[in-house]
Structures are given as C-alpha cells and as structure tokens.
Design a protein around this ligand. Structure first.
Ligand SMILES: CC(C)(COP(=O)(O)OP(=O)(O)OC[C@H]1O[C@@H](n2cnc3c(N)ncnc32)[C@H](O)[C@@H]1OP(=O)(O)O)[C@@H](O)C(=O)NCCC(=O)NCCS
Length: 166
C-alpha cells in the first residue's frame, strides 16, 4: 500500500492530498470552486444550506498543508441510491489525479452509508468529466436533450450515467 501511495504521489508531482468531509467552514471556498467551474455556480449560502441537509454527503480534497479544499464532491442520498450533484477541482490543480482520488474515496463513503446505485448527469461534451466517470466504470442509462443552459445561451445534452457500488 505504501508503495502505491508513493507512486501516486510521484505521479502527482509529489503533491500530498488528503480527503476530508466537506464542512460548513469550507462553504465559501467550495462556492468559489463551483463558480470557477460552472456557468451557474453555487454561492456560499447554497453550499451551506445543502451541507446542513441530513441526506447530503460531501467530501473535499485538500492539497499539502493547505486549509481550504482544492476540490469537492457532493451527493444526495435517497434510500439505497445516490446522485452526484457536483464534482469540481480548482482549474490550476486539474489533470493531477485529484478528482480520481476524491471520487474513489467518496464512493467508498457512499457504499458504507448503504448506497448500492450511484447516478449522475454530465454534459455530453464534458470530455474530462466523461473520462473520469468512464475510468470508474459508469455506464450511460439515459439522456436529457437540451438539459444544460450554457453561458452563450445555447443548451447542451445531458447524459445520465450509473454505476453499482460494492
Ligand atoms: C472533471 C474534473 C472534476 C476532473 O478533475 P481532475 O482532477 O482534473 O481529474 P483527474 O486529474 O483525476 O483525471 C481524471 C480523468 O480525466 C482526464 N482529464 C483531466 N483533465 C482533462 C482534460 N483537461 N482534458 C481531457 N481529459 C482530462 C484525466 O486524463 C483522467 O482520465 P484517464 O483516467 O483516462 O487518464 C475537472 O476537470 C473539473 O473540475 N471540471 C469542471 C467541473 C466539471 O465539469 N465537473 C463535472 C460535472 S459532471
């Protein structure tokens, strides 16, 4: 295990990462990450309100000795199913494996809470997100034409993906 962790750290340019629950104290930083990632980003009260819900599970990835997250993922649970509401990583930290680590650990947390099926919606043109989800074996189970409103006023197809959790 230590060898795997060391190799992963080397691949990430020796950036050490830790996964922690996303807390209310992180809500301003999480809102800033969300706004940097999406045309209609959440604001701090949005994030704080969702974190206060009992059926929300959210994890943060924190780099090195930093106090604020470099990315986070948030899911809503309902019985033995859950939906990933969002996942985002700071633009300057993308492409270094943060989302992979975050999603892997988040799925472990969801499974421990009794989630058997995990769903999400993704813009059909979001290459990096699709690569991330395919890496974890998500499969397409539906689509919603014109679901996403883009900054230029056009609308994009959403794919609905699903994966069973062990
Ligand atoms: C999607 C996102 C969370 C990925 O985070 P990340 O930390 O950069 O991802 P990772 O470094 O862990 O890489 C995961 C996969 O995405 C690929 N990837 C990362 N950045 C990429 C890019 N710019 N272009 C193409 N692929 C990319 C990686 O190569 C990897 O795929 P692989 O396993 O085939 O090598 C990040 O790009 C992001 O925050 N995007 C904006 C928000 C968003 O679109 N969220 C998803 C909403 S459904």
């Amino acid at each position: 295990m230590q060898l795997v962790a060391a190799l992963k750290a080397r691949l990430r340019g020796r950036l050490t990462l830790r996964i922690e629950p996303l807390r209310a104290a992180h809500s301003a930083a999480a809102a800033a990450l969300h706004q940097a990632s999406f045309a209609r980003g959440w604001d701090q009260p949005d994030v704080a309100r969702m974190l206060a819900e009992a059926n929300i599970l959210a994890d943060a990835v924190i780099a090195g000795s930093e106090r604020e997250p470099s990315g986070f993922v948030m899911s809503r649970l309902a019985a033995d199913e859950a939906e990933i509401l969002t996942i985002c990583v700071a633009p300057h930290r993308q492409g270094q494996g943060l989302a992979k680590l975050l999603l892997e650990r988040h799925m472990d947390h969801l499974a421990r809470r009794g989630v058997a099926k995990l769903f999400l919606e993704v813009d059909a043109h979001n290459t990096s997100a699709l690569r991330l989800y395919r890496h974890f074996g998500f499969a397409q189970v539906g689509e919603r034409p014109g679901y996403y409103a883009l900054a230029d006023g056009s609308r994009a197809l959403a794919l609905i993906l699903q994966r069973d959790l062990d």
